[in-house]
Design a protein around this ligand. Structure first.
Ligand SMILES: CC(=O)N[C@H]1[C@@H](OP(=O)(O)OP(=O)(O)OC[C@H]2O[C@@H](n3ccc(=O)[nH]c3=O)[C@H](O)[C@@H]2O)O[C@H](CO)[C@@H](O)[C@@H]1O
Ligand SMILES: C=C(OP(=O)(O)O)C(=O)O
Length: 428
């Protein structure tokens, strides 16, 4: 397994970094290609393990996929197998996003339950409840969701659905199902993430009628069977990757980084907290400038669905607060087990106490390089960020988590002056 070695140079990050396309936008959009035949082209796709996994899944389902980053081409193959096996789903929970499109398009789907993961249980009851409201018959058997359209494989019908809580992939799954359902679907209490809005744009490009994507109420009029068209689309920038570099730039006084192609509009909650901590954040044309000039102040955050503070930035912000002046309180309200980075950051000298869903961080003057273990994607990112500001060497093991979500991280950080090396086949 690969590891990353970071030598803390004490020097602030400086320079430009290009932000890649958004992983969490590309995933549902790739699944939306199942709704039509013909050849779709997706541009600005990041070179990530999750994109490889999705390509493998689409191939398994019978699609012809060629992935040559930053483009993916998907075309209909000769046969369809509406089944997502455990082997692929366990590598990436977002594989569950094939459920809605398969069911809507082919009248049936068999998709492995994703199972629990490091950050929480992550049930999919809201996805299933909504599809049932659209007429699907769903049963769980031997770890699989087995779903059929009404009357043993018929067409889903539009419905009125109110989610018990805003779920990102749940909203996306149901949007794709509604895009081919008969009649009109109303979705209430939808997730409002920019990636959901982006999926709405794609479905409209394909010929469905989606209104309100990006707000909490959506109306979708399904297209007739066979009427959705393939698409050509460039993915929006990855706000979580951008946010991660924003935090990295602020770790050491004097940091000055231009995030090329980042969209500040999608990162307001983070930017406000960064400014409260004393970091300058401003749009510069199509880019975002991050500058730290002076001490960092403690700031409290509470994660919340968009437009609130993103849970996917909590670990990185906590790493930042570990070197700020004073006490900050970090509350995680989305996932029940998303402080896995804390014990590793403690090994590096961070002073953090976790009680339930809250972490209280006392900023320290210095972090120390250590051997640490990545446990999930964003936890890994927080360890990288801490390693930048630590003395001597930090070795981060199990970087495969990081490779799910950060394209060329060692090159990108290297371009900003950091000393980061990948060690192939390091001890697990
Ligand atoms: C591929 C992708 O886009 N992943 C993102 C997506 O994950 P994902 O879509 O899995 O996260 P959700 O928005 O569904 O989860 C939000 C909360 O709802 C709960 N829940 C969800 C569905 C359900 O049927 N029942 C239920 O109880 C979850 O356990 C969690 O507590 O949104 C998360 C929250 O912003 C991000 O951290 C992930 O990076
Ligand atoms: C949790 C994440 O991804 P996933 O939903 O694919 O696990 C993430 O992107 O931070």
């Amino acid at each position: 397994m690969d590891a990353l070695r970071i030598r803390g140079t004490g020097k602030p990050l400086k320079g430009n970094v290009r932000i890649s396309g958004a992983k969490n936008a590309a995933l549902p959009i790739l699944c939306a290609t199942l709704l039509s035949d013909g050849a779709s082209r997706l541009r600005n796709v990041p070179r990530l393990r999750d994109m490889e996994t999705t390509s493998a899944l689409l191939r398994f389902l019978g699609r012809d996929v060629s992935f040559d980053a930053p483009e993916i081409h998907v075309a209909a193959g000769s046969q369809v197998r509406p089944e997502a096996p455990y082997e692929l789903v366990k590598q990436m929970r977002a594989s569950v996003l094939v459920l809605g499109p398969l069911l809507a398009r082919f009248g049936r789907a068999k998709v492995s339950l994703p199972g629990g993961c490091a950050i929480g249980a992550r049930p999919i009851d809201q996805h299933l409840k909504a599809l049932e409201a659209m007429g699907a018959n769903i049963r769980l058997e031997r770890g699989y969701v087995i779903a059929e359209g009404p009357g043993g494989g018929g067409r889903l019908r539009g419905a009125e659905i109110s989610f018990d809580l805003p779920t990102v992939t749940g909203t996306e799954n149901v949007m794709m199902a509604a895009a081919l359902a008969k009649g009109r679907t109303t979705l209430v209490n939808c997730a409002r993430e920019p990636e959901v809005e982006e999926l709405g744009r794609i479905l409209n490009k394909m010929g469905a009628e989606v209104n309100g994507a990006g707000t909490d109420v959506m109306h979708i009029v399904g297209a007739e069977p066979g009427a959705l068209a393939p698409f050509d689309h460039a993915i929006i920038p990855d706000r979580i990757e951008a946010g991660t570099y924003m935090v990295a730039a602020a770790m050491i006084d004097g940091g000055d980084v231009l995030l090329e192609g980042a969209e500040l509009r999608d990162m307001e909650a983070l930017a406000i907290k960064m400014r409260a901590a004393g970091v300058e954040i401003a749009s510069e044309g199509q880019n975002v400038r991050v500058r730290r000039n002076g001490p960092l102040r403690a700031a409290n955050i509470t994660t919340a669905p968009h437009p609130g503070f993103p849970t996917d930035m909590q670990a990185q912000f906590l790493a930042l607060m570990s070197v700020a002046r004073g006490e900050s309180v970090i509350s995680e309200t989305i996932f029940e087990n998303r402080f896995m980075h804390v014990p590793e950051l403690q090994r590096m000298g961070a002073s953090v106490v976790v009680r339930g869903n809250t972490a209280v961080v006392q900023g320290v003057g210095k972090l120390y390089g250590a051997s640490v273990m990545a446990t999930d994607l964003r936890a890994s990112a927080s360890l990288v960020i801490a390693g930048l500001a630590a003395d001597e060497e930090t070795e981060i093991r199990r970087v495969y988590h990081l490779d799910r979500g950060y394209e060329c991280i060692e090159q990108k950080l290297g371009g900003l002056g950091a000393d980061v090396k990948r060690v192939r086949g390091a001890e697990a």
